[in-house]
Write a protein that binds this ligand. Structure first.
Ligand code: ADP
Ligand code: ZN
Length: 796
């Protein structure tokens, strides 16, 4: 019998090894083994057991590394799918699926010595006075950590060992769980009585859970199944209305509910139902929402009662030991609920029943390095493999998910009202084109926003202000010669950070001391203009406008320090801060009842990005931000400052009209054949010589065109690399629209020039297979590299 093994080192393929007879019973798929590779011994994972090898004489497996850390079979299949869909080597997908600490045995269980009373009969042997003292303590505690006993009894290990020799006690190693939430007290909660909309949603999810109760054994997921699950629904399909519900029950639900509409309560009760059926659940939340409060809500519900279970948590702040323990508890079925960020979608749960993706539109679900997967989409495929149900939840669903729900691929569940019947906050748009200061400039804070802040401060209420850029000014410009400070490595200007008095490149991190005069040698002018706003500058200006207010800034400059982040949020919650200024990262998930005003200083920053999703993002930002205001007793207000007040993203957000925005945006996407009507593959070529990168990109495009219409890549590559300079910017090859190469929006980064080719198709599975072949065979020059991003969210 042969085991197919994926090795840790990146070789882009698997290798075959013979399973020696004595190991036949232990070597399984998912098992970690040590194998010979050349002169070395390497660890690897068994990905398949086959009866025949294509190799002439495969070597035998040396040994099994750990029978305990077996990776569940569906996860191996998931890794295989990821490697194929996201165009990456299998071992890279494997590494993503199995955490480092498990793969490398970096951490094991933490064992501590415990002293336990031994069952003994008869009289106590004669003990010294000290021994007797220690004995009494043990007798009272029955069981105590060895070290703790030494401290408690002011004694020595030798004395305790002596009691063991006498047969009075046992000293045994015991496993200690490193629980990241061990010291937090949670108050158990009971399920709430659901309102109509909530129970309708819950009933449908439970019905789907019942339908998928039979475990299915899917060998692997076929391309057509993936396309059926992930591809956009055909345009020709009629929209679903109340009366035309499709007959088959989709297993993916989109729970569209405004902030505070009770989505989380629906999740909790759906999970309880899954547990009652003996199944487990995974809850994905954006990393930023992984605050203790979120986790606590889940723990509080399942800490006791009929569905009592440990709630495991997976996120980037865990220690290696904690991560190991959480992973093992999940794999052994001791933790049947897992909450976590992106990578928790790979949690090795047993009998998976339900996957919840909260805030499914969030871009943090997409990994920006290889494998460039989107956890939301992986969730849908994993559910398919394991016969589970998926609930995607959001107040502002992504265009992709809502489109699929409207066409019946997903089942749409709506929670249109806030639980408490409270109104959505009023959104006021300030047309900054009309607002001038005395000396003819546009001010940072409009009189309307100024007045609104003053009011809140007088009433002792709190304010949040957003500006989606950190630093003080986005560029420094000499007023005399026009010199602008640019990064030497990237095609962006250097941002001025006043608190550190430096110029910083937000792309590569290059820093320079801030100049006090124009660096242009022939100029040397002392007057330098700050152009463009950032959080620091808003903080500075507010400090001048409201000298008595307590103002704090929170952005990733601060967020680097985890403790600082917690402290600021704590201070804000307890009212020690009046005005909190931050980037978009504080827009999500936070709940502060005393916040009655939220201001967006400059909405255009998001709106005018070179990305077809810019409008969608702006709409989401305003709506999410509005969700932060007025969550307490007082009504909230949102003020949006913008130079493009009539843009649909801003107008629909003002009216809280998700559907209106969706229809409008869909028209635009349809005209340009962008997602959700298609899916995108983005190829980026990088190199230090821009001409060479451009030439390679053009040759690549020609190759792609030929391969996509069915030509054999070897034949295509045989023809000389002459590029037709007049290539039309857009052509259609087969089912694929190709555009580019064009300089990337971020043309130069880290000293590399970047060109992009964009491919759009409805059937990604057939495209990715062709792309993989091109990726393997295309003769890239040594100094040009290529990345393929499937379903990219950042087009930069
Ligand atoms: P969302 O997740 O949509 O933002 P939540 O589930 O957090 O909404 O609900 C908002 C608030 O309403 C929470 O404090 C929650 O406890 C409460 N809530 C939710 N459902 C109900 C219900 N059926 N009855 C009473 N209160 C509810
Ligand atoms: Zn740079």
């Amino acid at each position: 019998v042969i085991a197919r093994v994926s090795l840790e080192i990146a070789l882009g393929r698997e290798f075959d090894y013979v399973i020696p007879p004595e190991l036949e019973s232990v070597v399984k798929e998912g098992c970690r083994v040590l194998v010979p590779f050349g002169p070395r011994h390497l660890p690897g994972i068994v990905t398949a057991i086959v009866s025949d090898s294509t190799y002439p004489n495969p070597k035998p497996i040396i040994r099994v590394i750990s029978a305990e850390a077996v990776v569940p079979l569906p996860l191996i299949k998931l890794a295989r799918w990821m490697a194929r869909y996201y165009c990456c080597p299998l071992e890279q997908a494997m590494k993503t699926v199995i955490p480092e600490i498990v793969r490398r045995n970096r951490a094991g269980w933490l064992k501590r010595l415990y002293v336990k009373i031994a069952p003994f009969k008869g009289d106590l042997p004669r003990l010294t006075k000290r021994q007797l003292q220690v004995w009494h303590i043990i007798e009272e505690l029955q069981e105590v950590p060895f070290q703790k006993l030494i401290e408690l009894a002011h004694t020595t290990p030798a004395t305790v060992r002596r009691l063991e020799d006498l047969g009075l006690i046992e000293i045994v190693p015991q496993t200690i769980l490193r629980d990241p939430y061990a010291n937090e007290v949670v108050v158990p909660t009971a399920p709430l009585q659901l309102n109509m909309a909530q129970s309708n949603a819950l009933n449908q999810i439970v019905a789907a859970l019942k339908e998928t109760q039979q475990p299915k054994h899917i060998e692997s997921i076929t391309p057509s199944e993936v396309d059926a699950a992930l591809a956009p629904a055909p345009v020709t399909e009629p929209e679903v209305t109340e009366t035309s519900k499709p007959s088959t029950m989709p297993r993916v639900f989109l729970l569209h509910g405004v902030t505070g509409s009770g989505k989380t309560e629906v999740y909790l009760q759906a999970i309880a139902n899954a547990l009652a059926m003996g199944r487990s659940a995974i809850v994905l939340v954006p990393e930023i929402a992984l605050t203790p409060q979120t986790v606590e809500r889940f723990r509080a519900r399942f800490i006791q009662g009929p569905h009592k279970t440990y709630v495991a948590v997976l996120h980037s702040h865990l220690s290696a030991g904690e991560r190991h323990d959480q992973w093992q508890m999940i794999r052994r079925g001791q933790a049947r609920i897992v909450i976590g960020a992106r990578s928790a979608i790979f949690a090795p749960v047993q009998s998976l029943g339900l996957i919840i993706v909260d805030e499914e539109h969030e871009h943090t679900y997409k990994q920006e390095e290889s494998p460039r997967y989107n956890a939301r989409d992986v969730a849908i495929v994993r559910a398919q493999l394991e016969n589970a149900v998926v609930v995607l939840g959001s107040a502002t669903p992504s265009m992709e998910s809502y489109y699929n729900a409207r066409r019946g691929k997903y089942r749409l569940l709506e929670l249109p009202m806030r639980i408490d019947g409270r109104k959505m906050p009023k959104v006021r748009i300030i047309d900054m084109r009309q607002v001038y200061t005395k000396d003819g400039y546009h001010p940072t804070i409009s009189p309307q926003l100024h007045e609104a802040i003053t009011q809140r401060l007088e009433r002792g209420e709190q304010v949040i202000l957003f500006i989606n850029r950190r630093g003080y000014a986005s560029l420094l410009e000499c007023t005399l010669c026009g010199y602008v400070a640019r990064c030497p490595n990237c095609s962006v200007t250097m941002t001025f950070h006043r608190s550190k008095d430096i110029l910083l490149c937000h792309v590569c991190g290059e820093t320079q001391p801030a100049p006090d005069k124009c660096p242009n040698e022939r100029c040397g002018n002392r007057q330098i203009k700050f152009v463009g706003l950032g959080t620091e500058r808003v903080e500075h200006i507010l400090g001048k406008l409201f000298p008595k207010a307590k103002i704090t800034r929170m952005d990733s400059d601060v967020m680097d320090r985890k403790e600082e982040y917690r402290r600021i949020l704590g201070d804000f919650r307890t009212g020690k801060i009046d005005i909190l200024i931050g980037t978009q990262m504080i827009a999500k998930g936070l709940h502060f009842p005393n916040v009655t005003l939220v201001g967006i200083i400059y909405a255009d920053l998001t709106l005018h990005q070179p990305d077809f999703r810019a409008a969608e993002r702006t709409f989401q930002l305003i709506t999410q931000v509005a969700g932060r205001a007025g969550r307490g007793e007082f009504e909230g207000e949102v003020i949006v400052q913008t130079f493009t007040p009539f843009h649909p993203a801003i107008q629909f957000a003002r009216r809280h009209d998700y559907q209106g925005f969706f229809e409008r945006e869909l028209q635009f996407r349809a005209e340009l054949k962008y997602p959700p009507l298609t899916r995108v593959a983005l190829i980026t070529l990088r190199g230090r010589n821009p001409d060479k990168v451009h030439f390679t990109a053009r040759y690549l495009r020609r190759t792609l065109e030929a391969v996509l219409v069915g030509q054999n890549i070897e034949d295509v590559l045989k023809t000389p690399a002459v590029c037709d300079f007049a290539t039309p910017p857009l052509t259609t090859s087969g089912d694929v629209i190709i555009s580019g190469p064009a300089p990337a929006p971020l043309f130069k980064a880290h000293s590399y020039y970047r060109f992009q080719i964009m491919l759009r198709t409805r059937y990604m599975m057939s495209l990715v297979d062709k792309l993989a072949r091109v990726q393997a065979e295309f003769p890239l020059p040594d100094d040009v590299s290529m990345t393929v991003d499937i379903d990219p969210l950042e087009m930069s």
